[in-house]
Design a protein around this ligand. Structure first.
Ligand SMILES: [Mg+2]
Length: 186
């Protein structure tokens, strides 16, 4: 059986953080923005509350507005890399956490996958709040402390972000070129 590589969306595939900053600047040009290099953790809410007190609720409204996820830009060379990984014999499955209770974010994410990747990968995508229950050999994800109800079957490959620099103990990749190198795919 081919090995399964689970791939997170926000971070490795979709420029979520950049999308938040763009929409914030557009909607609130007179307010300070929370730049990525100021962040010390993955948890947006905590970071906004600490560094931009009182602004998180407005940021959340923007993130949870229908269409936000559909409009995110694609991480450089991700589509080409996923095609190469699949051609090398791996099964690639998208594994993403939607916004809590908001079905439209699942629909937006699926529509995004169809637009920028392909239909099959959208159809097989898993949307869950507990990634530890998903079976796979590897998980490429930018969240450093994934916990849940199970001991994960996958090994995490950490997608490098400014806010996860303190995390050690797992392989780290900075680009899809590095992912291909990790799996020794040309
Ligand atoms: Mg992510």
């Amino acid at each position: 059986m081919s090995k399964i590589i689970l791939v997170d969306m926000d971070g490795p595939l979709a420029n979520f953080e950049e999308g938040v900053i763009d929409v914030w600047k557009r909607c609130y040009p007179d307010r300070p923005c929370l730049n990525l290099n100021e962040r010390k953790s993955w948890w947006s809410e905590k970071e906004w509350e600490t560094l931009r007190k009182g602004y998180w609720n407005d940021a959340l409204v923007l993130i949870e507005t229908p269409g936000f996820f559909k409009n995110l830009s694609v991480v450089s060379r991700s589509r080409e890399a996923l095609e190469k990984i699949i051609n090398a014999g791996y099964t690639v499955q998208i594994c993403s956490t939607p916004r809590d209770g908001l079905i439209h974010t699942v629909e937006d994410k699926k529509a995004w996958l169809i637009e920028f990747f392909w239909k099959d990968i959208a159809n097989s995508a898993i949307f869950t709040h507990d990634k530890t229950t998903v079976v796979g050999d590897y998980l490429i994800d930018d969240k450093p402390d994934i916990v849940g109800s199970k001991v994960p079957s996958w090994k995490q490959i950490l997608w490098d972000m400014p806010f996860n620099q303190q995390t050690n103990g797992m392989p780290r990749v900075k680009s899809w070129k590095e992912v291909l190198e990790y799996f020794k795919i040309e």
